[in-house]
Structures are given as structure tokens and as C-alpha cells.
Design a protein around this ligand. Structure first.
Ligand code: S3P
Length: 444
């Protein structure tokens, strides 16, 4: 049974070298594309977190052969399509898992019941169902646009779809459905979002045409992605790089805990995911990259963070898609930065695993930090000394929990979070990895 709470105590310097756990986005995609392809896909460095394990069970239920060979080493043998599952596809807490799987499943003449936990049942699915419906998929749901729902696929046609929200999950769902559609699928994204699906589809043999789109009236650059339906995918080897969204926690912990120096090895540095690191540098963070290299078509490097003085900044709204999951931990860095950090254009934060704008504002306030929320913004006024001392309600959101625990390491007094078991959805080794660096994060 997992602990009811976790408490982070003000720690001495954090030091050491660690390897970031596998990237969650890439892990989901490797399993799903492996199942859609024909033949063997060998995955090295798969993130074995609750979210990703739910996707592994799902693709097995669609009748792919899924084997765990060793720690992080998995083999998926696909038949070139999904079969009718017998059981409900329960994606747990994972928005990425369910939205990508709905897209992939829509390409086949099967009827699939999708569900998830209470948090996932509260999140919007209409953003994926709308384009899939335009392609010819049908669904029934008790509550409009929400899980649980039954999706019927097959006989899809092409589509030209302009994303109404910057969402890699929606883009990916349309592209994955397009693999088994008749006609061309085109997705236009006014703001570029993470492109792992496009990169991985190419690695599995699909042919995509990607052209720049924009700038629009606000100067944002986007992309147009075109793919002919009826692609043949062939299994391949995938090496999963370290997750920048997880690396962010030990990195910021080092930046805010006096005397620290921490290196996180093998971090994915895809520019569409690296907005946090750019912002931290603008705040004056001592953050360096060594050993920059390419792994499985993605840029990767070793990141070293050293404690030092941070200053508040205005984060440009157009940077949001490249760091949408990192605002909780950025807000913690902002709490330790002198002056005001304004994070604007982040309304999408409200429909993640929790309403992250509201919970970060409340959590920071509980720790003695001045934080105010606006409909699509979070404004934090920081200082080198942060009181801490809060008991933070996470609403079962892993990133809210980890962000506040990091705050507790650099603060004056301990910080406690509830529902810490949810950390395992993305970073099951968080507590052990942080302890290895010298952090005191203990069960109550
Ligand atoms: C993800 C896309 C983002 C992100 C999520 C992972 C992905 O969601 O928040 O954690 O793997 O495609 P949106 O597409 O809803 O922005």
C-alpha cells in the first residue's frame, strides 16, 4: 500500500549524476506504433510507469504480442492492425494513452469501450472525437465528450483539420487514424507541438510531408502535416530518450537547494519539449548541456544544474506548447526567483490531470509564496527564501505532488503532499532517485 502523504524536508546540497526515466510521450507512441505495425518492434528504455503500463495492456488487448524482456526492454509484435478487444480499455490516469489509442483504434472496424480513472473521466475527449467523427468514426457516451465511451471505427476517409487548441494528442490521434483511412489526412497546427508521432511514423516507414505554416497574426509559427492514408508500417527498434518533463524535477531541485550540483544524463532536447530549460536560463540558472548527441532520431544531452540566484521573467505565451507540462515546476523555480514571473497563455493547464493553474496557486500560497491566478495565467512573486510549511492537496496530480516536494527541499520548513501514490503514473522512481541525490523525502 502506498503512503498517505510524503514530506520533503529542507535538504543539504543535492549532488550526483542520475539518468532520467524514459520519455512518457515516446513510450506510449512506441507501444502503439509497434502494435499498428507488422513485425517486431524492440523498445529500449521504455518508461515503466502506470500510464505507460496501461497502454501496454491496451495494445495487448487489441491483440498485439507484448513482452517485457528485461528492465525497460520490451518487444511488441504487431499484426499490422488492431483486433476487437474483449475487455474494456482502461487507460487509468492517462490522457495521452486514451487519446492516441482512440485515434489508432478508429482506423479499424471494431467497437471499443474506453474508460479511465475519475480524473480522466473529467477531461475533455471531444477535441479528439470531433475530428475522428469527421473522418467517419462513431461513438456513444453517457456524458457528452467524456469517458467512459464506446467508439466504433473503420471505413475512415481523409480530412484536413486545423487544430483549435495546440495539442499534440489531438494531432497524433488524427494521424494515427489516418494510417488506416482512405484519402489524405492533413493536420494544420497554428502553433507547433511535440512532433514525436511524426518522427516515429517516419521511422516505421510512413511517408509524411511536413511544411512550415505561418507566422499568424500573433507571430506564431506552426506546421502542416500531410500523409496519404493506407500507410504500411513495419516494426523497428526504438531507443527511448530520458524524459525532460521528469528531468525537470531534479534539475529545479538543484537550482533552488543551496550548494547543489546535479547532472541528469540522456535528456531529450527536442526543441518542441525544451521550453523549460530555455526559460530557466533566462531566469539566470546555471544550466549546461554536455555530450549533445542524437538517439533514435531525437536530440539528447546531459544536463547539469548548479544552485544559484534566479530572477523572475515574463514567459512568452507562444512558448507554452514546448513546456506545457513544466509550468508547475517552473512556478516552483519562480517562487525562489527574485521578482515577478508571469506565465501567460497557459489556459490548457486547466484541463490536465487537474486544474494546474488553480492547484499551483493554492499550493504556493499554502507554502507562503505570493501567487495569483488569472483565467489563462499564473503570476508568482518570488524571493530567495521561501517559507514552505504547507500541506498541499494534489487532487491526485503527479506533477503537482512532485513540484511541491521540490519546493520543500529548498524551503525553510518541510512541505507535505497528499496522494503521493499518483507519482507512479509518470515517475515511479522519483523518491529513490531524489534520495540518491541527498534529498530527504519521507513517508509520513
Ligand atoms: C502529450 C501532449 C500534451 C502533454 C501530455 C503529453 C503527448 O498534451 O500535456 O502530457 O504525449 O502528446 P496535449 O496534447 O493535450 O497538449
Amino acid at each position: 500500500m502506498s503512503a498517505a502523504t510524503l514530506t520533503a524536508r529542507p535538504s543539504g546540497p543535492l549532488t550526483g549524476r542520475v539518468r532520467a526515466p524514459g520519455d512518457k510521450s515516446i513510450s506510449h507512441r512506441a507501444l502503439i506504433l509497434g502494435a499498428l505495425a507488422t513485425g517486431k518492434t524492440r523498445i529500449d528504455g521504455l518508461l515503466e510507469s502506470d500510464d505507460v503500463l496501461a497502454t501496454a495492456s491496451a495494445v495487448a488487448a487489441f491483440d498485439a504480442d507484448v513482452q517485457r524482456d528485461n528492465d525497460g526492454r520490451w518487444t511488441v509484435t504487431g499484426k499490422g492492425g488492431f483486433d476487437q478487444p474483449i475487455e474494456i480499455i482502461d487507460c487509468g490516469n492517462s490522457g495521452t494513452g486514451v487519446r492516441l489509442l482512440m485515434g489508432a483504434a478508429a482506423g479499424f472496424p471494431i467497437s471499443v469501450q474506453f474508460s479511465g480513472d475519475a480524473s480522466l473521466q473529467g477531461r475533455p475527449m471531444g477535441r479528439v472525437l470531433t475530428p475522428l467523427g469527421e473522418m467517419g468514426a462513431r461513438w456513444t457516451a453517457e456524458h457528452e465528450g467524456r469517458l467512459p465511451l464506446t467508439l466504433e471505427g473503420g471505413g475512415l476517409k481523409g480530412i484536413s483539420y486545423r487544430l483549435p487548441v495546440p495539442s499534440a494528442q489531438v494531432k497524433s490521434a488524427v494521424l494515427l487514424a489516418g494510417v488506416n483511412a482512405r484519402g489524405t489526412v492533413e493536420v494544420i497546427e497554428p502553433e507547433a507541438t511535440r512532433d514525436h508521432t511524426e518522427r516515429m511514423l517516419s521511422a516505421f516507414g510512413a511517408v509524411l510531408e511536413i511544411t512550415p505554416e505561418g507566422p499568424d497574426a500573433s507571430g506564431r509559427m506552426g506546421r502542416r502535416i500531410r500523409m496519404a492514408g493506407g500507410q504500411r508500417l513495419t516494426g523497428t527498434d526504438v531507443r527511448v530518450p530520458g524524459d525532460p518533463s521528469s528531468a525537470a524535477f531534479p534539475i529545479v531541485a538543484a537550482l533552488v537547494t543551496p550548494g547543489s550540483q546535479v547532472t541528469v544524463e540522456g535528456v531529450l532536447l527536442n526543441p518542441l519539449r525544451a521550453g523549460l530549460f530555455e526559460t530557466l536560463r533566462e531566469m539566470g540558472a546555471d544550466l549546461t548541456i554536455d555530450n549533445a548527441r542524437e538517439e533514435s532520431g531525437e536530440p539528447v544531452g546531459d544536463l547539469t544544474a548548479r544552485y544559484g540566484r534566479l530572477r523572475g521573467v515574463d514567459v512568452p505565451p507562444e512558448r507554452a506548447p514546448s513546456m506545457i507540462d513544466e509550468y508547475p515546476i517552473l512556478a516552483v523555480a519562480a517562487a525562489f526567483a527574485e521578482g515577478v514571473t508571469a506565465m501567460r497563455g497557459i489556459g490548457e493547464m486547466r484541463v490536465k490531470e487537474s486544474d494546474r493553474i488553480a492547484l499551483m496557486a493554492a499550493g504556493l500560497q499554502a507554502c507562503g509564496v505570493q501567487a495569483t491566478e488569472e483565467p489563462d495565467a499564473l503570476i508568482v512573486t518570488g524571493s530567495r527564501t521561501v517559507p514552505g510549511g504547507g500541506v498541499v492537496r494534489t487532487h491526485g496530480d503527479h506533477r503537482i505532488a512532485m513540484a511541491h516536494l521540490v519546493l520543500g527541499l529548498g524551503a525553510q520548513t518541510p512541505v507535505t503532499v497528499d496522494e503521493p501514490g499518483m507519482i507512479a503514473t509518470s515517475f515511479p522512481t522519483f523518491q529513490a532517485l531524489m534520495a540518491g541525490l541527498g534529498a530527504e523525502i519521507l513517508e509520513a
